[in-house]
Each structure stands twice: as C-alpha cells, then as structure tokens.
Ligand binder design. Structure first.
Ligand code: NAP
Length: 246
C-alpha cells in the first residue's frame, strides 16, 4: 500500500484553511492543522477530519514567533516523519487608511502574514529538501497584485508573499520542491463577514461573475497545486477571483 502523504496547513481552524484541511483529509492525507487563538475550539474539527479515516494533529502556535514555529514543525515531524505539502494560509487584516494606520497595525500584519510565511517555510523546507520532494502553496490576495485603498499593510504583506514565493520557487526547484501563490478575490469567510451589506453589494457588482467565492472553491485550487496533477507548475500566482483581475 502506498504511504500516506502529509499536509501542514497554517490557520486551518476556520475559513479557507479549514476547507483545505477537509479536502486533504477526504483524499487520504495525514493532516496537521495549526491555529492560534485561545478562543478557538478545535475538538469538533479533529472529529470531522478523523471521520474521514485519517490521522490528524492540531497544534496551537503563532506563526510569527520563531520558537513556536520550530515546535510546531518538530511535533509534526515526530508524528509523521515528513511534510509533503505546506499551505501557508494563516493571515489577518488590520485595515485603515494610510494617515490613520498605526505602526503597530502595520507591523502586526507584516509579522503574521509575511514573516509567518517565511518562518514556517524555512522550518518545513529543511525536511522537504532531505526528501527531495514537496509543494508549498502560499496565500496571497488580489490586493497584493492591484493594491487596495485602506489596506496598505495587508496589500504589502500579500505582494511580499508573491516575491517570496517566486524566489523560493527558483531556489528550491533543483530539489524537486515547487512553490506557488494563490491570489483569492473576495471569499465568504469570517475575514469578509465584517464588511457591511452595502460594501458586499458594491464588491459583488465589481466582480464579473457577480458573487463572492467560497472557501471550498479556493481549497480545490490549493489541493490541485499540492498534487501531482500540477507537477510542472512552479513560481506562479494563480488568481481565483471571479474575474476581478484579468
Ligand atoms: P479567517 O477565516 O479569518 O481565518 C484565519 C485563520 O488564520 C484562522 O485559522 C486563525 O486561527 C489563523 N491565524 C490568524 N493569526 C494567526 C497566527 N498568528 N498564527 C497562526 N494562525 C493564525 O481567514 P480566511 O478568510 O480563511 O483567509 C485565509 C487566508 O486567505 C489568509 O491568508 C487571507 O489573507 C487569505 N485571503 C482571504 C480572502 C478572503 O476574501 N477571505 C481573500 C484573499 C486572501 P484562529 O482560529 O485560532 O484565530
């Protein structure tokens, strides 16, 4: 029997990350889910994942803290011996216009979204390099490509993720490790639930397909990028946005 593959998803307790965890579980992967908040109850998620007949590990760690990331990856390797697919999904917003944006809110978003992606990738790539195999998928955003008023911190972090992804794709290709970024548009999750109905309506009007995307739709793309079906794709930014950016 073929050995089970293992996926690590940061920020997998809710939204897009949770759908990614579920799709990998459905496809027989061992699933490691990371989250951060004390308020997050992950017992239901563990049950949901293991109902699909796989083994899961759910680990609390702040991706912006190096020691916590080291411990997260150490526990994952101790349990499963390898990580085949890494999904750097953990992310936050702290929106404001430039003139009202505090240094703290700017730093926080860069620390979690961009530095967190770097820290987790560095810790995991070490093991992927030994196996000479792996796929890394980083969550960017359409606003990392186009910019967005009121999101200079978030857009900078997501643009940074694109440069980071292309650089590591070049560095790691010779070890048979691929790296791609996914750039979602507006996806229905807690992150976008905070928007008022008026803003949601105006956003929907600007989307050629006239609706927000679902976390499941993004998860399907991420699964494809982690799989052998995308073996010749690396260093790319794939938009999934109902046609917002063409
Ligand atoms: P979400 O529903 O707000 O969930 C965020 C996830 O990240 C949660 O699991 C949260 O854990 C985790 N997290 C936050 N800070 C963390 C930290 N310091 N360390 C570890 N985990 C942390 O977000 P989402 O909408 O699914 O977005 C997922 C990713 O897609 C993000 O990178 C986001 O920027 C990107 N994206 C989303 C959209 C969209 O429209 N939703 C569009 C473009 C890009 P807890 O549950 O413990 O808080």
């Amino acid at each position: 029997m073929e050995e089970r593959k293992t996926v690590l998803i940061t920020g997998g307790s809710r939204g897009i990350g949770k759908e990614v965890a579920l799709i990998y579980a459905e496809n027989g992967y061992n699933v490691i889910v990371n989250y951060v908040s004390d308020k997050t109850d992950v017992t239901g998620l563990k049950k949901e994942l293991e109902k699909k007949g796989i083994t899961s590990l759910i680990i609390k760690a702040d991706v912006s803290k190096e020691e916590e990331v080291e411990e997260l990856v150490k526990q994952a390797i101790e349990k499963f011996g390898k990580i085949d697919v890494l999904v750097n999904n953990a992310g936050i917003t702290r929106d404001n216009l430039l003139m009202r944006m505090s240094k703290e809110d700017f730093d926080k978003v860069i620390e979690i979204n961009l530095k967190g992606t770097f820290l987790v990738t560095k810790a995991v790539a070490k093991y992927m390099m030994k196996k000479r195999q792996g796929s890394i998928i980083n969550l960017s955003s359409v606003v990392g490509v186009t910019g967005n008023a009121g999101q200079c911190n978030y857009a900078a972090s997501k643009a940074g993720i694109i440069g980071f992804t292309k650089s590591i794709a070049r560095e790691l290709a010779s070890r048979n490790i691929r790296a791609n970024a996914v750039a979602p548009g507006f996806i229905k999750t807690d992150m976008t639930n905070v928007l008022s109905d008026t803003i949601k309506d105006s956003i929907n009007n600007q989307i050629p397909l006239k609706r927000m995307g679902t976390a499941k739709e993004v998860a399907e793309l991420i699964y494809f990028l982690g799989s052998e079906k995308s073996e010749y794709i690396t260093g790319q930014v794939i938009n999934i946005d109902g046609g917002m950016v063409m």
